[in-house]
Design a protein around this ligand. Structure first.
Ligand code: ZN
Length: 188
């Protein structure tokens, strides 16, 4: 898969236009380098747009174990696609292998690649689960994300500290409530 690269020049022009639109003087000292800084920052915070999430999980190891693998408290930072302000928090991922496991850091890498795009948390949660299903073909996957959304904290309803919790189940997790419960027990 090929990805469009972020057009840094265009980002800089857009930031200048945006600052003018909100009535700022783009030539004042503090703002002079802001367009360049934001353009460079986009390479990081939207860098997931330039990467294929498949890269991380395409290498797998065979394993005879069939117990739950759970990686919890994976810190993520993302940007809400409706307001372009951050949301961030923790992701927890569990899967039941069916012959294949992934390197542990690869789960966190997968979270990062999807998070570093304009996102909504609901979609992000599902994308991570689907990517694991696609490559590891496990018996099941469960992904839970807890995020604070600055578009709820600093504007709109102005409720700082509110956590949005999303989770998705795939495969055996969908039907098996006791499996879901063990997941919730471990991550809480
Ligand atoms: Zn938002």
């Amino acid at each position: 898969m090929t990805f469009d690269m972020i057009d840094g020049e265009k980002v800089e022009q857009a930031v200048r236009l945006f600052l003018e639109a909100i009535g700022e003087d783009i030539n004042r000292e503090g703002l002079l380098d802001t367009p360049r800084r934001i353009s460079e920052m986009c390479e990081e915070i939207f860098g997931g747009l330039e990467r294929d999430a498949s890269d991380h999980l395409s290498v797998t190891f065979s394993s005879k174990e069939s117990g739950m693998v759970l990686e919890k408290d994976i810190t993520f930072y993302s940007v809400c696609e409706h307001h372009l302000v951050p949301f961030f928090g923790k992701a927890h991922i569990a899967y039941i292998p069916d012959g294949k496991v992934a390197g542990l850091s690869k789960l966190a890498r997968t979270v990062e690649t999807f998070a570093r795009r304009p996102q909504i948390q609901e979609q992000l949660t599902g994308q991570i689960a689907d990517e694991i299903m696609k490559h590891l073909k496990p018996k099941g996957v469960m992904v839970m994300m807890e995020g604070e959304h600055l578009c709820m904290s600093m504007r709109g309803v102005n409720k700082p500290g509110t956590k949005t919790v999303t989770y998705v189940c795939r495969g055996v997790f969908e039907e098996d409530l006791s499996l879901q419960n063990s997941f919730f027990q471990i991550v809480k």
